[in-house]
Design a protein around this ligand. Structure first.
Ligand SMILES: N[C@@H](CCC(=O)N[C@@H](CS)C(=O)NCC(=O)O)C(=O)O
Length: 210
């Protein structure tokens, strides 16, 4: 197996945190977004969508989409379960994973992609109004998320799950996107601080806003 990843990017980081939580080590190869390596023929043959992560299996098949890759590893190494074990747990984890991915990570990424100079050659055209339109979406989601976290240690139940991973990378990515995490969101701060103590999360956090 070979994992194509890219430094400082939230989606490959989801898979990397997931693998560390499971104690799985596989070879990986870095693809440089800044140099547009993912748009070159060599990587386009691996993933025509030109995004990372991609997982090349031993028979040459390629899996893309962070959560699909995580699901593959969950099946290969069921313990510790990060997608839930009971019917109810699996549904709640799926629900929160999707909410955090669609409601938070996508909005934060839209701010970054459409406002940060680093993305000027990648996101063409950059639409600053789209970045501005997504900022209030991030704020509104986080207010709701803060209420949810008031009485729970993890996003989707009594145990750490893939939903926490999506939430963590989304909030981390607010720094490069230059979005401040409101200090009044005390439950989000508490949860995010606790997640940051996990060895899987402590490795390679994104750098501060440039
Ligand atoms: N839904 C995809 C999103 C993948 C994605 O957007 N990857 C980013 C890095 S975080 C990327 O490769 N961007 C390159 C580009 O947009 O040109 C997943 O979950 O894997």
């Amino acid at each position: 197996m070979l994992l194509y990843t890219t430094a400082r990017a939230p989606n490959p980081r989801r898979v990397e945190i997931f693998l560390r939580e499971k104690g799985i080590e596989i070879p990986s190869r870095h693809v440089d977004i800044g140099r547009l390596e993912h748009r070159q023929q060599e990587y386009r043959q691996i993933n025509p969508v030109q995004q990372m992560p991609s997982l090349v299996l031993d028979d040459g098949a390629v899996l893309t989409e962070s959560i699909a890759i995580c699901r593959y590893f969950e099946e290969l190494h069921p313990e510790p379960s990060l997608f839930g074990t009971t019917m109810r747990e699996r549904a709640e984890i799926e629900m929160w994973q999707r909410r955090l991915e669609m409601g938070l990570l996508l909005a934060v990424a839209s701010v970054f992609r459409h406002s940060h100079p680093f993305m000027a050659t990648v996101e063409v055209p950059q639409v600053p109004d789209w970045a501005a339109a997504n900022r209030p979406k991030v704020e509104a989601f986080l207010k709701h998320f803060n209420e949810i976290l008031a009485d729970r240690a993890f996003v989707a139940g009594p145990r750490f799950s893939v939903a926490d991973i999506t939430g963590v990378v989304a909030i981390e990515f607010m720094r490069p996107a230059r979005i401040t995490l409101d200090p009044a969101l005390t439950h989000v701060h508490r949860w995010f601080g606790e997640m940051g103590q996990r060895p899987s999360v402590m490795i390679n956090p994104p750098p501060p806003a440039a």
